[in-house]
Design a protein around this ligand. Structure first.
Ligand code: SF4
Length: 290
């Protein structure tokens, strides 16, 4: 087995190449369904162009969008030593090899180190457990959709009605800016930071896998239906496909709080996962392991 830092570096480069040059099958399937069912001619043309663009990127192994995003990593399973160092090296290498756009800048001076690294980046979330493998998932997310994220500290009395209103208001206000059709991640409960993490984690669940919680599944389906009645449509140019799906996650919260986060994901809903076994063998998946 390679040294674990070098192994993670190589896995990170491979994962990023997979993630930015292709779309997971569930997203691709939803875009194809939408193109078939869209009733607006302009909307259908937008979806057709998106699909042609994705096919060309896959064929040429180039990024499907010029904004290869900021990178969030989700780590689960077995703890690997020096994992973070391996990810940082891989991310820097991928920036020149894939290539990725150098998006990471200092928040105030806007100085760009040119390799997507810097203080606090990439974002890495850990959820270790006793397992035979380490799972690394990456979500590259463009600024157009990330900039539309919203966190609201609702009052408990606003309840489900307030949650639905916030999701609708967020999508309507965003209009075409997040490059619709979007996938809408909603995080309900926890603390303020946890709600936003839940909203982002919700985006990892493939569109063809329903919410195991019946109440949340019903909420997802109701919100999707309502959002697709807004008429915003593909790229905001009108149509009945404003969202490809709504994904909701929840956590218990303080009795006096109701944090709700909404995180919009553009049509370029990129993600990829790898499982690194104890013997160093690696399995990759664009959809994740579900
Ligand atoms: S929001 Fe998404 S599709 Fe639009 S420019 Fe950014 S990464 Fe590309």
């Amino acid at each position: 087995m390679l040294g674990s830092t070098k192994l993670v570096e190589d896995v990170t480069v491979n994962l990023l190449r997979i993630a930015v040059t292709s779309l997971p099958d569930d997203v691709l399937g939803a875009l194809r369904d939408a193109e078939r069912e869209e009733t607006s001619e302009v909307g259908r043309t937008q979806l057709r162009t998106i699909l042609e663009n994705v096919a060309a990127a896959d064929r040429l192994s180039v990024p499907i969008c010029q904004d290869t995003g900021m990178l969030t990593f989700f780590i689960s399973g077995r703890c690997l030593p020096d994992l973070e160092e391996g990810i940082r090296r891989g991310m820097s290498r991928a920036t020149s090899e894939v290539p990725l756009r150098a998006n990471a800048v200092h928040p105030i001076t806007r100085k760009n180190p040119g390799n997507n690294s810097g203080k606090g980046v990439p974002t890495i979330h850990y959820d270790y457990s006793d397992s035979d493998f380490t799972q690394v998932t990456v979500m590259p997310k463009g600024a157009g959709s990330e900039n539309m994220s919203v966190l609201a500290m609702l009052t408990p009395s606003q309840g489900l009605k307030g949650i639905k209103r916030l999701v609708l208001d967020t999508v309507i206000k965003a209009g075409g800016k997040p490059c619709p059709p979007t996938i809408v991640g909603v995080g309900i409960g926890g603390s303020a930071d946890q709600a936003m993490l839940l909203a982002k984690q919700a985006l990892l669940r493939p569109l063809n896998i329903g919410n195991p919680d019946q109440q949340l599944a019903a909420l997802e389906s109701e919100l999707k239906q309502a959002l697709n009645l807004t008429g915003i449509g593909p790229m905001g140019l009108g149509g009945k496909t404003t969202v490809l799906g709504v994904r909701v996650e929840e956590a218990y919260t303080h009795t006096a709080s109701l944090p709700v986060a909404v995180c919009l994901q553009c049509w370029a809903a990129r993600r990829a996962s790898a499982r690194i076994a104890r013997d160093g063998s690696v399995q990759y998946s664009r959809e994740g392991f579900w």
